[in-house]
Each structure stands twice: as C-alpha cells, then as structure tokens.
Design a protein around this ligand. Structure first.
Ligand SMILES: [Zn+2]
Length: 242
C-alpha cells in the first residue's frame, strides 16, 4: 500500500482546486442543460398554409381573389421564417387546392376533406406549428385590421395568438385593433399540432385592400407574424435573448 502524504498547505491547495473544479463542472453541465432547454424559433418546423386556392378562390372583391393574396403573404412569411433560421414549409406554392375528388366532390364533406389535405402536410412534416393565412371580408366596408384565431380550448394557442396579434396591431391605428379570438374552426380543431388562422386584413376595406396588395406591406405583415412567433419560442432580441 502506498500512502501519499501531502504537506498541510499542499492539501489545502488540492482541496481548493478540487472544489473549484467541481463547481466549474456543475456550472458547465448546468449551462449545457439550460442551452438545451432554452427554446428558440431556430429549426422549428412551421407549416405556412396559404388559405384557399385552385377551385376555391375564397373571398372575392372586384375580380380579386383572396387565394392569390394569401399566397403572396404566405410566401413573405416563409421568407421571414427562413431568415431567422426556422424551417418553414408551404402547403401550396401555386394556385392549387386539396379537394380529394372522387366520392366527396360536390358533397358537404368536400371542404373538410380539402382542409384535411393541408393538415396532412403539417402532420407529415412533424410540424411544431401550423399557420393558415387568410384575408377577411365583412359586409361593412369600414371594418379593417388583422385578426388572429386560435382553438378556443387551447391555452397554448391563446398565448401564442395574443403575442402575434400584439405585433399585428402595431400595423394599424388603435381604432382598428382586434383581440386574438378563440374559435372552433375545423382546421384549428382537427390539426393535431398547435395551429393559428391569421386573417391579415379585410379585402372589403379599401385601405386594407390597397396595403395587402403592396409588397412592402406584405413584408411588414410577415415580419410582424414572425416577431410574435419569436416572442413565443424565445430568441426575440427585444426580450434580451439570442
Ligand atoms: Zn379565407
């Protein structure tokens, strides 16, 4: 047996070094765990769904179709998500629909089956989030402003929708602000992932209509949506995270 005898001072140094080493190790492990647990939008799979398309034009005003506007804005959202390191997926990148044809075509079930086609893309992509982009219409032409819907029974959806709506409200004057609203719309109810429907504005209002057709405003809408999502996932510079 070998006995290692340290002088008293040496022993103190050794103990101090051991304690310090242990502290650094614990801190290192803690930092690693914290980094792993810290949420960020980076690498989140976000399915962006331009509402309507193909045989379904959506709302129509003066020969303009909602489906075309939705696609332009969804593409802007796609680009804004890519720019912050998320992994966006578009359900459609052309003027198409998801009607299944066959026995459902022309029946009451056809719209649901059409939406199922979009939900399926989110499921197959193992999406963290599905956002469906729409443009609103109202019989009163004075009604305007963006409006975010979440599934009424989803506290997580409500929290996220409020963050997105807050950013979207910055784009209009206070009298046109809306509150994020809980609904039981088919897409929100049936999607097995966190989902929002974002109505980006009212095409029945002339100011909103003009803005929504402007590529610069489409970018602003997209950036506002992504800012809301970053506030939810973390990594929003305004909240002091990276
Ligand atoms: Zn729509």
């Amino acid at each position: 047996m070998v006995l290692v005898v340290f002088p008293r001072r040496g022993c103190l140094v050794l103990v101090t070094a051991l304690v310090l080493g242990l502290c650094f190790s614990i801190y290192g492990i803690y930092s690693l765990i914290r980094a792993a647990a810290s949420p960020t939008i980076k690498d989140k799979v976000i399915v962006v769904d331009p509402g309507h398309g193909g045989r379904d034009p959506g709302a129509t005003v003066d020969g303009y179709y909602e489906k075309d506007l939705n696609l332009k804005i969804a593409r802007a959202v796609y680009r804004a998500l890519e720019a912050v390191g998320a992994k966006p997926v578009l359900t459609r990148n052309s003027d198409r629909d998801f009607f299944p044809g066959g026995p459902y075509y022309g029946t009451r079930m056809q719209k649901r089956k059409e939406l199922d086609g979009r939900i399926k893309i989110a499921v197959e992509a193992q999406a963290d989030l599905l956002i469906s982009i729409h443009s609103n219409a109202h019989r009163k032409s004075s009604v305007r402003g963006p409006l975010t819907f979440y599934y009424y029974d989803s506290p997580e959806g409500e929290y996220l929708a409020r963050l997105v709506q807050k950013e979207l409200n910055y784009l209009t004057d206070p009298q046109y602000h809306h509150e994020a609203t809980g609904e039981a719309y088919y897409l929100l109810r049936e999607a097995p992932v966190l989902a929002l429907i974002i109505e980006v504005g009212f095409i029945t209002n002339s100011e909103d209509f003009m803005l929504l057709n402007n590529p610069g405003y489409q970018e602003l809408i997209a950036n506002a949506i992504v800012k809301g999502l970053r506030a939810y996932y973390g990594g929003d510079p305004s909240r002091g995270e990276s």
